[in-house]
Each structure stands twice: as structure tokens, then as C-alpha cells.
Design a protein around this ligand. Structure first.
Ligand code: FE
Length: 336
């Protein structure tokens, strides 16, 4: 059903792409419709520019951009995780954008050093624990979860998910491969059970007492707690000792770039600039309980209630650059 609709829309987009209209921008989005449609509607209302979009998983969308080549109707590619955006840039599906506004609105560590993609919202990958079983004071760092005191107390999501590949990639950047492999081996040894298919199931296992702590993206915690506020789960911000070289909570982004063969490059850049500005940043972040990427915009009160933290400031592009090494390392360490 969905693929039929997407196929038909795709054909229509290619047909209309021949006469690309200046007042229309085409977006391929791996973020789902409910997250992006309110934004695009607001943009159209404010500017009169129409946005056509297709949503799918990032893999099929990237394959499609590649197959369509010069004929692609897409002006903008939107997805989650710097690892995915880095991959799109590496496959030459994006092109650099020179925008003073984007440079001013998005912190340097949340955008591509070559300006091919820009973070638009931020998620932290942090520690969630069961306060009935763990005192916050027992927790400290991602690295410490590898120590024997956490034996049989840890739940992890599968290493197949890009979020964990990015986290481990960033750790390789900080610690080198040998030390990171030791840490990941420690995590694996401390697992109470096999890895979980998603962040929410890992948290539910913590709440059910199967294990004591896990590592997840903040918005999954937000979603779960807004549905089941009585679950015994609490948030912990690790690595807050800023003298450490692995300082700060690991953050990642959802973001976007202008496609290599965009027909409406100027319109695509304007849309990205608008998405980085105040009105859009609130809408974009709040709807998924994420943090705005623009530091001048405050997060939603429900998100702010989780407390302040110092983020890791290494450029998230490293998550992509070290992704292959991270995947191989997790495989060697027996992290399924
Ligand atoms: Fe997610």
C-alpha cells in the first residue's frame, strides 16, 4: 500500500521534475510523515513554497537517489544519525552548501566539515537505569559499564543499529581501537541477556527488573515515560567530568543536506535555513522530544525536565568516518 503510493508519487515527481518549479521543493525523507508534515505545512504557509515529499527508510531512499542520478526530482535528503548522513555524502548524493545562516545557527560539531549536511535536531544516547536497583552515584561513564560490578546487570540494543555503531565509532575516536574493544567486550560480558531489537524493549527490560541499566536515545525514554509515567526508570548523564578526554554525553543528530542533482538548489537551501531557525526548531525538536540543534532555542519543558548535561563536542561526522571500524570491532568483541 505504502510502496504503491510512494511509487506513484515518485513517478509524478520525476515527471514534474523536468520542469522544476522555483516555488516547489522536493524532499526525500527517512523521517516519517507525522514528524515532518507539520513543519512543511508551516513552511508553505509562511513562504508560499510547496513541498512534495516521499518517506521511506534511509537505505531505500539512498538507493533511489543513486539510481535516479541526474534525473532525481529530489532537492533535499533528510534522515537520522550522522552515520547515515556521512554515508550519503560519501556516496556523492549530497553537495556542499555555502550558507552563513546555517553556519550561524548550527554548532560546528553538529554539521559536516564540508557543509554537505547539517544537524537539525539533537538526541543524546545516554544511560537509563532502574532507581529501585541502582543509586545514581553508582553510575559514572559509558566506559564504567564495562567494569565487573555491572556483571549480569546490563541490557543493550543490538549492535546492528546505526545508533550503537555511531556511539562506538565516537568511542574509537576518543580511546583508539584497543581500549574501545576492551570496553565493548566488558559490556558484552555484563549483559543480563541477549541484545534487544530496539531501545524501548531494552528500557522495558530494565523496568521489569531483568537488568539494571541500558543505553538509549533520549526521545525513546521521553515517549515511553509519557505513556507509562510510573515505570521505575530514570535518566543519567554520563561522562560529565570535563577533564576526561571522553568528556560529555554522546549526542547525535537528525539532519539534512541538498542533493547532488537538486533542480531547485536555492529553494533547498532556503528550506534548510528555515529549518534551522527559531520557529521551525521548536516544531522540529518538540514533536519527537528531541533537542533543538540551534543552541539559541530552548527544548520543550518535558525534555528540559530531564536536567542539563554537557554534550560531547567531537564532530558527529566521526561517527560516519569510523562506522566500518566500529562494526568490525563490535563483531570481534562478540556484540551481537
Ligand atoms: Fe530512532
Amino acid at each position: 500500500m505504502k510502496s504503491w503510493k510512494s511509487l506513484l508519487l515518485g513517478a509524478a515527481l520525476i515527471a514534474s521534475g523536468q520542469a522544476a518549479q522555483a516555488n516547489e521543493v522536493v524532499v526525500y525523507s527517512a523521517r516519517n510523515e507525522q514528524l515532518i508534515k507539520p513543519l512543511f505545512d508551516a513552511y508553505t504557509k509562511e513562504t508560499g513554497v510547496k513541498i512534495k515529499f516521499i518517506t521511506d527508510k534511509e537505505g531505500p531512499l539512498m538507493a533511489r537517489l543513486k539510481a535516479e542520478g541526474r534525473n532525481t526530482p529530489a532537492d533535499v535528503f533528510m534522515t537520522v544519525d550522522a552515520g547515515n548522513l556521512w554515508q550519503a555524502a560519501r556516496e556523492d548524493l549530497l553537495k556542499p552548501v555555502d550558507s552563513k545562516l546555517l553556519a550561524a545557527n548550527i554548532p560546528e560539531h553538529l554539521r559536516d566539515p564540508d557543509n554537505e549536511w547539517f544537524g537539525l535536531s539533537v538526541r543524546a544516547r545516554t544511560i537509563i537505569y532502574n532507581p529501585n536497583k541502582v543509586k545514581a552515584g553508582e553510575l559514572g561513564t559509558y566506559e564504567d559499564l564495562a567494569s565487573p560490578k555491572w556483571k549480569n546487570r546490563l541490557c543493550l540494543r543490538t549492535s546492528k543499529k546505526v545508533y550503537n555503531q555511531s556511539l562506538v565509532g565516537m568511542m574509537i575516536y576518543e580511546h583508539g581501537e584497543d581500549k574501545t574493544e576492551q570496553i565493548v567486550r566488558g559490556w558484552v560480558a555484563n549483559q543480563a541477556t541477549q541484545p534487544f531489537p530496539d531501545d524501548t524493549k531494552a528500557m522495558e527490560a530494565v523496568a521489569a527488573g531483568l537488568c539494571d541499566a541500558t543505553i538509549v536515545n533520549t526521545y525513546y525514554y521521553g515517549r515511553l515515560m509519557s505513556k507509562k509515567p510510573d515505570l521505575p526508570l530514570a535518566i543519567f548523564w554520563p561522562n560529565q567530568n570535563l577533564k576526561s578526554k571522553a568528556a560529555g554525553v554522546h549526542v547525535n543528530i537528525s539532519g539534512a543536506g541538498v542533493t547532488r542533482h537538486a533542480k531547485n538548489t536555492a529553494g533547498a537551501i532556503k528550506l534548510l535555513e528555515w529549518l534551522s531557525s527559531s520557529n521551525a526548531q521548536n516544531l522540529y525538536a518538540d514533536v519527537n522530544m528531541e533537542y533543538p540543534a540551534n543552541p539559541r532555542i530552548k527544548a520543550d519543558p518535558a525534555v528540559l525536565a530531564w536536567g542539563e548535561f554537557k554534550p560531547n563536542l567531537i564532530n558527529v561526522a566521526q561517527a560516519g568516518a569510523l562506522q566500518t571500524k566500529a562494526v568490525m570491532l563490535m563483531d570481534r568483541a562478540g556484540y551481537k
